[in-house]
Structure formats: structure tokens, C-alpha cells
Ligand binder design. Structure first.
Ligand SMILES: Cc1cc2nc3c(=O)[nH]c(=O)nc-3n(C[C@H](O)[C@H](O)[C@H](O)COP(=O)(O)O)c2cc1C
Length: 202
């Protein structure tokens, strides 16, 4: 495994506004990130990629006016679907091709039992899966030499309204992608707990 994608990934506050992220690299990052794990392989997410100047202006005030929105070539709105495990979710058709109908039907029942019993569980389903996608995108980006910055300093409700998300959809996070502006120094990497500080082996 290439440890560098961990040791060199930083939350890049300053993006180089003179460097575009080409479409091919952008697509390759997304394809690589799509290998991320998800509950029952249901992939309950979609992403709005904010790229044009006009769209950046639209998102900016909904994200605490964080300059990254304007400076990064892309900012992704990661959206999780609370109902992405339901029997009628379109992804089941695809999964059925590999699993066979009988197994798929069994899994549908299991997923409903696990996630469908309360709104809290449905929300958890959307947010945990969407968060894993966001992290995978950031590491996939680094594998292509592309920098990132994730943000939860955002107005979730306003974004949901502005982009007309379905009732079952939740905004998970924003992820900006691009290249660090090397003329601006990043803060030194912050303190990290060591494994032994946060792990209790039982
Ligand atoms: C869930 C999450 C939300 C974050 N939200 C913001 C944000 O809104 N604005 C910001 O400047 N940084 C944000 N960050 C970046 C963190 O401050 C950063 O990851 C942390 O300080 C560690 O720095 P590093 O990623 O460079 O190692 C967020 C990070 C995470 C994981």
C-alpha cells in the first residue's frame, strides 16, 4: 500500500486558482473512489460537482463563505440517500445481476430490518456510507496527486433546499478538489492521537 496517500494528504486551505483539474483526472478519481465499501454494496449516494464560476457563487454563501469554494476547481456536494436500501432502490437491479434474485431478496429483507426501523437508523445509513465515499474521494485524489479539503462548516438545510434534494436525501459533507497554492504555507500537521491512545484491546 502506498502510505504516502495518508502521510501527504492534508486539508488544503489554499487552492491554486491558476491550476485547473482536468476532466480525465477528475473522472479517474471518482472511478477509483467508487471502489469504497458500502452497506450491502448499495452505494446510497450521489454527488453534485460544483465547477462553473456561477455555481461556485451559488454555493459560497451556503458554506460560510469559505474561500475554498471559489478557489478550488471543484467542490463536491456529497449526498446520502436515507432510502437507498429500500426494496424499490434502483441499485438492487444491478446487484441482482451478480447475486441472483433469491440472494438479493434475502438481502433486501435484511437491509430493511437493519436500517428501516427508525428515522435515526435511516439517517445513519445515509451519513455513514456518504462519509466513507467522501474519505475515499480524498485518498483517491491524493493517489492522483490532487489535493482536497472536506467541510462540514456548511448550512445543511439551506443546501438541501437550494439544490432541491429529495426528502430522503441528506447533505453529508462538501469536498473541494484541486492543487495546493504552494505560495501559501499550510499549518503544520496538527497533533494526532497515537493508536495506543484511542484503542482499548479487549
Ligand atoms: C468532517 C470534517 C469537517 C471539516 N470541516 C471543515 C470546515 O468546514 N472548514 C475547514 O476549514 N476545515 C474543515 N475540516 C478540516 C479539519 O480541520 C482538518 O481535517 C484537521 O484540522 C486535520 O488537518 P489535516 O486534514 O490537514 O490533517 C473538516 C474535517 C472533517 C473531517
Amino acid at each position: 500500500m502506498n502510505k504516502k496517500i495518508f502521510t501527504e494528504r492534508r486539508s488544503v486551505n489554499f487552492f491554486d486558482t491558476s491550476r485547473e483539474l482536468d476532466k480525465e483526472t477528475f473522472n479517474s478519481i471518482m472511478d477509483l473512489a467508487s471502489l469504497t465499501p458500502s452497506s450491502f454494496n448499495l452505494q446510497p449516494w450521489r454527488v453534485i460537482a460544483v465547477h462553473s464560476e456561477k455555481e461556485k457563487e451559488r454555493l459560497l454563501p451556503l458554506a460560510w463563505n469559505q474561500p475554498k469554494i471559489k478557489e478550488a476547481p471543484y467542490t463536491l456536494i456529497i449526498i446520502g440517500d436515507k432510502s437507498g436500501f429500500k426494496e424499490n432502490a434502483a441499485i438492487w437491479n444491478k446487484l441482482e445481476e451478480g447475486l441472483g434474485k433469491e440472494t438479493a431478496d434475502k438481502l433486501k429483507g435484511m437491509a430493511e430490518g437493519l436500517y428501516g426501523t427508525s428515522d435515526e437508523r435511516m439517517t445513519r445509513f445515509a451519513l455513514t456510507n456518504g462519509s466513507l465515499l467522501a474519505m475515499s474521494i480524498m485518498y483517491a485524489a491524493k493517489a492522483f496527486g490532487v489535493d482536497s479539503h472536506t467541510m462540514s462548516g456548511i448550512d445543511y438545510e439551506a443546501i438541501k433546499k437550494e439544490y432541491k434534494l429529495n426528502d430522503s436525501e441528506e447533505v453529508v459533507l462538501l469536498v473541494s478538489l484541486g492543487y495546493h497554492d504552494n505560495s501559501k504555507e499550510l499549518y503544520p500537521r496538527g497533533y494526532r492521537k497515537t493508536g495506543s491512545e484511542f484503542i482499548e484491546v479487549i
